[in-house]
Each structure stands twice: as structure tokens, then as C-alpha cells.
Design a protein around this ligand. Structure first.
Ligand code: SAM
Length: 233
């Protein structure tokens, strides 16, 4: 990932120790090896050069960025333990554009300000790693955790869906997929009645994912994947 790497001259990026270590020891690259570089919205072919004790990559040519996709904003209830990390990894891989962690009425996790900062730094690292892993040139935006009410004051796409355990709600497969949308998935303890009515009042259409109650991170992956597949299809 070249974003943030200092430019020594036009088209020559100095690699961080971490990136250089990854290339030399994990990817077995050597001086002169061709490596792909990820920039926001771009993938470039570069060649590895030694610069004293350090390593740099020189631009060779532009490659096509093939990871275009729909605009997917995911409002996701905070989860305990490593479950939220897993949710972040999966939805980043699938291709969401923005994730808004929600402190819900029934969330088991409570974040005070100190904890929220530490978590946010860790989550940012996770989405960066995961974007790199799946060769995406874009990293999803990650908001600070907020309540459902606060999330509804954000500038959100007008096509809105909330995963609701409600067999009378339409199944996902019956709906058309817009190219810009917001999806909401609740925490382990589900939405409170107040949150559900807030979401419905803000034009979120309830959608049903089947007769099984899915883990929240699975539900997030299912709805995100629906949006990407629909956009591709
Ligand atoms: N106890 C499980 C856990 O630990 O993750 C279940 C959590 S479920 C209550 C969390 C959220 O996933 C719900 O608020 C809802 O948004 C979504 N969800 C799960 N199963 C669903 C289904 N069959 N239909 C629609 N939404 C579902």
C-alpha cells in the first residue's frame, strides 16, 4: 500500500520498514522485482529499488483498478469479544465503503471514550490489512461508534434496509439492489423496540434473511454480499 509512503521523486515511493519486510521476507521479492502498489482508486505496477539501507518502488505502469463496486454504508451494532473484528474483516473483503459502529440499547459491549479510541485504532488497522489482503485500492471509512439516533443524522444514501428478525418482512432476494445504499444490522441482543421504530421512521425497509437467526457478523456478511452481487449482476 503506497498511500502515506513518502515520494522521493515523482513516481518513486520510499517503503516503510513494515512494507519492505513484508515484500522481502513474506513475498520473497528482490531488487528489480515487479510489485503491485495500491493507491486510493488506483493499482500501479512498480519495480523494487534499493536506496541505501532502505527500499523504494518506482512506477512502471498503471494497472486497471478492478475493485469498483456499489456504495455500501453499513450500520453495525457493536459486538463483544472478537466478533466485531470478524465482522470488519468479512465486510471489508466483500466490499463495503463505510462502516458505522453502533452502540445499541442491547449491545453487550459498552465503550467509554478511552476504550473507543483504542478500539478505533485497532479497527482501522484491521480494515487496512483486510483491504490489502484482498487487493482493494480503497479502504472502507470507519466512523466513531455512535447511537442509532446519531447515525440517522449522518448523510446516508436514500435506499435504506434494516435486517429484522420479522418473517413478515420481504426477503432480500425479492428486492432490487440499488447502486448506493445503507444497510443496518443489530447487535447480539437484537434491536430494541425504540431503535427499530427509529430506523423504520427514517425510511429503513425491514428485510428478512430466512428462518434461522444468524449471528450478527454473518447477517452483516449476507446483506453486504447481496448488495455486491446485485450490483455485479
Ligand atoms: N445471538 C446471535 C449473535 O450472537 O450474534 C444472534 C444475533 S441477531 C439478534 C443480530 C442481528 O442480526 C439482528 O438484529 C438482525 O439485524 C440480524 N439478523 C440475524 N438473523 C436474521 C434474520 N433471520 N433475518 C433478518 N435479520 C437477521
Amino acid at each position: 500500500r503506497l498511500e502515506g509512503c513518502p515520494l522521493l521523486e515523482e513516481g518513486l515511493w520510499l517503503l516503510s520498514e513494515e512494507e519492505a519486510h513484508h515484500l522481502m521476507t513474506v513475498r520473497h521479492s528482490r531488487e528489480g522485482s515487479f510489485v503491485e502498489g495500491l493507491l486510493p482508486g488506483r493499482i500501479v505496477l512498480t519495480r523494487l529499488e534499493r536506496r541505501g539501507e532502505k527500499w523504494a518502488v518506482r512506477f512502471v505502469e498503471e494497472l486497471s483498478a478492478s475493485d469498483e463496486g456499489p456504495e455500501i454504508v453499513l450500520l453495525a451494532g457493536l459486538l463483544k469479544g472478537d466478533s466485531f473484528d470478524l465482522l470488519l474483516r468479512q465486510v471489508t473483503e466483500i466490499g463495503v465503503s463505510r462502516i458505522v459502529p453502533l452502540c445499541c440499547d442491547h449491545s453487550v459491549v459498552r465503550l467509554d471514550d478511552g476504550k473507543a479510541e483504542k478500539k478505533l485504532a485497532r479497527w482501522r488497522k484491521i480494515v487496512q490489512e483486510e483491504s490489502k489482503q484482498c487487493r482493494s485500492s480503497t479502504i472502507p471509512l470507519l466512523d466513531r461508534p455512535c447511537s442509532v439516533e446519531q447515525a440517522l443524522t449522518l448523510d446516508l444514501p436514500s435506499s435504506r434496509f434494516v435486517a429484522a428478525i420479522d418473517a413478515s418482512a420481504p426477503p432480500l432476494a425479492s428486492l432490487d439492489v440499488p447502486s448506493s445504499l445503507v444497510l443496518a444490522v443489530g447487535p447480539e441482543g437484537d434491536w430494541s423496540a425504540g431503535e427499530e421504530s427509529c430506523l423504520r421512521g427514517a425510511s429503513f425497509l425491514p428485510v428478512y434473511l430466512g428462518h434461522r437467526i444468524l449471528r450478527a457478523f454473518t447477517a452483516a456478511a449476507v446483506v453486504s454480499s447481496w448488495a455486491v452481487q446485485g450490483w455485479l449482476g
